[in-house]
Design a protein around this ligand. Structure first.
Ligand code: G3P
Length: 229
């Protein structure tokens, strides 16, 4: 399962990448607005910061097929030809997905709230379909179930699409999707940090360190670490 960062803050992205080899970055207009800077320059900087095998996903704003296609071409030229173009699933969006796929463009169908939307996006040629897990939960639906249903439909129908689940509030939602085999998730930095955090691990590490130094204090002249005296 790929794990991506749903954020556009260069400091956050660099910090997260320094601690773990993530698989890429996803953005949307709201995420870009939070950074209060030229979005195109920022997306270029993110692309330059990321390792070459990491994905970058950026979203179009236009809501007509022609507008979406024009915007996609502009972003691919300006940012990178391997950019994943995020397109919200609407009738116009699906038409754009179909046309751009024929040009070989990587597409992530986004703002997905039903399994059927994802299926149609996959059929139109989207490489990824992004259901909004936590937003679905907040609507009284079951976001993990919708994402899992999409994953299962893609596999049953032998489609070349994967789920890129988005919108998470906690690590439990991600764990469930991981157990269910979905292809990818993208989450905000605070949720990503929770994926590896456990106070008991921290306490265990502290106790092991204490016991080690108490041992070398007790038995003089032994050491496991090069710098122990
Ligand atoms: O990429 C979509 C995602 O950013 C939505 O997340 O937390 O705004 O529901 P959220």
């Amino acid at each position: 399962m790929l794990v991506l960062i749903d954020n556009a803050n260069l400091y956050e992205i660099e910090e997260l990448y320094n601690s773990y080899p993530y698989d890429g970055v996803t953005t949307n207009p709201t995420i870009l607005r939070n950074e209060h800077q030229d979005p195109l320059k920022l997306l270029k900087s993110i692309r330059e910061l990321l390792p070459s095998d990491s994905q970058l996903h950026a979203q179009v704003i236009s809501d007509t097929t022609e507008g979406i296609i024009e915007e996609a071409h502009f972003m691919l030229d300006a940012i990178s030809p391997d950019l994943f173009i995020k397109i919200p699933v609407s009738a116009e969006g699906l038409r754009a997905i179909h046309k751009l796929k024929q040009e070989g463009v990587n597409i992530t169908a986004t703002a997905i709230y039903t399994a059927m939307q994802a299926f149609m996006a996959g059929k139109a040629g989207a490489r990824y379909a992004a259901p909004y897990v936590n937003r679905l939960d907040n609507m009284g639906a079951d976001g993990v179930q919708v994402a899992t249903d999409i994953h299962n439909m893609f596999r049953v129908h032998n489609m070349e699409s994967d789920v890129l689940a988005a919108s998470f509030k906690n690590s439990q939602q991600i764990l469930e999707l991981c157990k269910n085999g979905v292809g990818a998730v993208t989450a905000a930095p605070d949720v990503l940090r929770q994926l590896i955090k456990h106070d008991a691990t921290f306490t265990a590490e502290e106790n092991f360190e204490k016991d080690y130094y108490s041992l070398i204090e007790e038995v003089k002249g032994i050491h496991l670490k090069r710098d122990d005296k």
